[in-house]
Design a protein around this ligand. Structure first.
Ligand code: CTP
Length: 418
């Protein structure tokens, strides 16, 4: 297959996606997953288990996918579909994947259309587990998950939170848009390696989003950062097994990475405190936040009015904020922090030259340099740039989604330091 024809290499080419659905209450969320791929222009075939149809009817999946829905291997036998569908797929995503489905796939069973399809497939297979915490943590399930991961099947980390009953913990199905994003990332990067458990046992601290500096109770100075790149770094680290903490300034409405602690902050000084407090426990610190360099010298307690004698609104005096990245590097030099420290750089011109100078000035181990000329990157779904490392290394990061870029950044961090 030439590169142009290979859908994994060509993001504009529609994918043939199989969405497997097994029998858990989260099956209703599979409907949104089908829509996500359909809206992107992909061809979707839904294969539920018979138990899944106790939760969502075949008619729903047929209407949403525009394709027939079968569960067993004895329908459409003349088309040999128990083999054909798996052979032709570009990507298989199972959501929800119950403990039972995971066990059957780990055992190599092929007792219905979904497991037959998975057994035949040579394309990336992504399972999104959903079950009660006890079932997820049960050694039987954990061994099955480890077996599948060893065989190159991607088993996503379940989300943490409220489950069907009163219990909370790991076992929730990640949001459908997150599943789709992660599954596409597996397809477009290096397959199962993108989510290999290379960060198991590591603690990762990431700042994300913009800081906001209050002028008065209703106004602030801020910037256009969405936090997407920082959260995407958190998502990939969590999928690779890391314990992730995100210190989040102003961000879009973003789902926390699986199992991550999210600490919300407002101003640069709050972000600095949160980072300084947590950095001593982190193996890797990433400053992906767009930090406001200046803040108003004084914050008014009441709303400033136009035309006041002191002209407080038309002339706001600013004072410089601390440089969090520099402070973290200084802490490391003082022996208080042992982490690998990664920064970002937003430049509009002379990017490589400015980026190199910034890396030196800040003393970080590596900088992800983005060109933000013309408003690109901030708030966008895609990113590109260069990774500059303190040892003189320079790697161009091709255009991709922020999750794809995050895979490249983590690969580079792991080569550099872990
Ligand atoms: N950064 C920081 N504290 C600040 C400003 C920036 O920790 N007060 C971090 C950012 O999170 C990023 C890196 O420093 O990781 C570079 O940020 P950038 O905005 O590109 O550079 P500045 O330091 O603001 O320098 P300049 O405005 O001169 O480009």
């Amino acid at each position: 297959m030439s590169e142009a024809q290979n859908p994994a290499q060509n993001p504009t080419q529609p994918l043939r996606v199989v969405i497997g659905v097994s029998g858990g209450i989260a099956a209703y969320k599979a409907c949104h997953l089908v829509r996500n791929f359909k809206e992107a222009g992909d061809e979707v075939r839904v294969i539920p288990t018979t138990n899944a149809l106790n939760f969502v009817g075949a008619a729903t999946f047929e209407a949403l996918s525009g394709n027939p829905v079968d569960t067993g291997v004895f329908t459409r036998v003349d088309e040999v579909q128990h083999v054909r569908v798996g052979q032709e797929a570009d990507l298989i995503v199972v959501a929800p994947a119950t403990a039972d489905l995971i066990a059957r796939v780990a055992a190599g069973r092929a007792d219905d259309l979904l497991t037959s399809t998975i057994l035949v497939a040579t394309c990336p297979v992504v399972l999104a587990p959903a079950m009660h915490t006890e079932m997820w943590l049960n050694p039987a399930t954990q061994v099955n998950v480890a077996t599948l991961r060893e065989r190159g099947i991607t088993v996503l980390e379940p989300a943490h939170g409220r489950l069907t009953g009163r219990d909370t913990g790991p076992g929730r199905l990640p949001e459908p848009d997150v599943i789709a994003q992660l599954a596409r990332t597996v397809l477009r990067t290096n397959g199962a390696n993108a989510f290999a458990r290379t960060l198991a046992g590591k603690r990762v601290l990431i700042s994300a989003g913009g800081t906001q500096e209050n002028i008065d109770p209703v106004r602030y100075i801020g910037n256009r950062s969405s936090g997407k790149q920082g959260y995407a770094l958190g998502d990939i680290a969590a999928q690779r097994g890391a314990k992730v903490t995100i210190v989040a300034g102003a961000t879009d409405e973003l789902e926390p990475p699986s199992g991550a602690e999210v600490v919300k902050v407002g101003s640069t000084r709050e972000m600095r405190q949160a980072m300084v407090d947590r950095a001593p426990d982190a193996d890797v610190v990433i400053m992906a936040a767009a930090v406001a360099d200046f803040r108003p010298e004084a914050e008014a307690n009441t709303k400033l009015k136009k035309g006041q004698a002191d002209d407080a609104l038309s002339t706001i005096r600013l004072t410089e904020n601390p440089d969090i990245l520099k402070d973290l590097v200084d802490m490391r030099e003082a022996g208080q922090v042992a982490s690998t420290i990664i920064g970002f750089a937003a430049e509009t011109d002379n990017e490589l030259e400015n980026g190199r100078a910034k890396l030196k000035r800040k003393g970080a181990d590596m900088l992800m340099l983005n060109s933000v000329a013309g408003g690109g990157v901030f708030g966008q779904a895609r990113n590109r740039g260069w990774l500059l490392s303190a040892d003189g290394g320079e790697e161009e990061i091709p255009d991709g989604t922020k999750h794809e870029v995050a895979v490249h950044i983590w690969d580079a961090i792991e080569r550099l330091a872990l």
